[in-house]
Design a protein around this ligand. Structure first.
Ligand SMILES: NC(=O)c1ccc[n+]([C@@H]2O[C@H](COP(=O)([O-])OP(=O)(O)OC[C@H]3O[C@@H](n4cnc5c(N)ncnc54)[C@H](OP(=O)(O)O)[C@@H]3O)[C@@H](O)[C@H]2O)c1
Length: 234
């Protein structure tokens, strides 16, 4: 199978590309700079790298890029620099999800990396008054948070069950880097406070789960149109 990976040069994106290739699949990766992908990935015979900033592509080009792919994995996120956080495009992830999904001509599976700081409003996910205040402030002061919320809303509200876009929004807690995949837990909703008692999630475990969602029908069916939370097993 072939998958489109966006945010492929990021810390998690590279791991997702690598895991899809290891499973024997083809990857079409979009990267602002090809050189940011490790050489073993960008020169891999099953990896096609399209250079450019995703939102600079017109709808026709996006439709062409998604064509022939069975799914999209998004590890796109704002760079943690002043420009990345406060500069344009403020709604990078939201616009990417919106435009890719609307240009897809055939049924597509969309797996979006998000955050436990975002709630699934389809479920009753209670948070403490203190967390509500902190999240409200983050929403006001840190634009990427709002982008993550809106991006998941695009999938949740525009593509209900039965739509041509089937999706899963993956919510990791505090991201850490590890060399190897380890045991991890999946939950429908957070089991701890993302603000006051954050857990840990290895990026490589996020990539492993995302690759499983994209390639394994059983795993995808279990989480389809949901927003699973992923924590490393302690
Ligand atoms: N605790 C949490 O739950 C948590 C924590 C952190 C992050 N996250 C979320 O996880 C996701 C990915 O995290 P990460 O650490 O793997 O991200 P990362 O290493 O910062 O990677 C971000 C990716 O997005 C690309 N990108 C940034 N700005 C872009 C733009 N304007 N146009 C096109 N591409 C752009 C980057 O490309 P370049 O390489 O060209 O810059 C890179 O490929 C983000 O959505 C983030 O919000 C969650």
């Amino acid at each position: 199978m072939k998958f489109l990976v966006i945010g492929a040069t990021g810390a998690t994106g590279k791991l997702l590309v690598s895991q899809l290739l290891e499973k024997g699949h083809e990857v079409r990766a979009i990267a602002r700079s090809k050189d940011k992908l490790p050489e073993n990935l960008r020169t891999h015979q099953n990896c096609e790298v399209i250079e450019g900033a995703l939102l600079d592509f017109g709808d026709e080009k996006l439709s062409e890029l998604i064509q022939g792919c069975q799914g999209v994995g998004s590890c796109l996120g704002h760079n943690m620099t002043f420009k990345g956080i406060y500069g344009k495009p403020r709604l990078l992830v939201t616009e990417a999800v919106k435009r890719l999904c609307s240009t897809a001509k055939s049924p597509i599976r969309f797996v979006l990396m998000n955050t436990t700081g975002n709630r699934n409003r389809d479920l009753n996910e209670p948070i403490s008054p203190a967390q509500k205040i902190v999240i409200g402030l983050i929403r006001l002061l840190v634009p990427p948070h709002l982008d993550n919320e809106k991006a998941s809303d695009v999938l949740r509200l525009t593509y209900p069950n039965g739509s041509n876009v089937e999706w899963v929004v993956v919510r990791p807690d505090g991201l850490i880097d590890k060399d190897k995949v380890s045991e991890y837990e999946l939950h429908q909703s957070p089991t701890r406070s993302a603000i006051f008692d954050a857990g840990k999630t290895s990026r490589i475990n996020v990539a492993h789960f995302m690759a499983s969602l994209l390639t394994d029908q059983g795993v995808f069916s279990e989480w389809k149109n949901q927003m699973p939370v992923i924590y490393n097993k302690q």
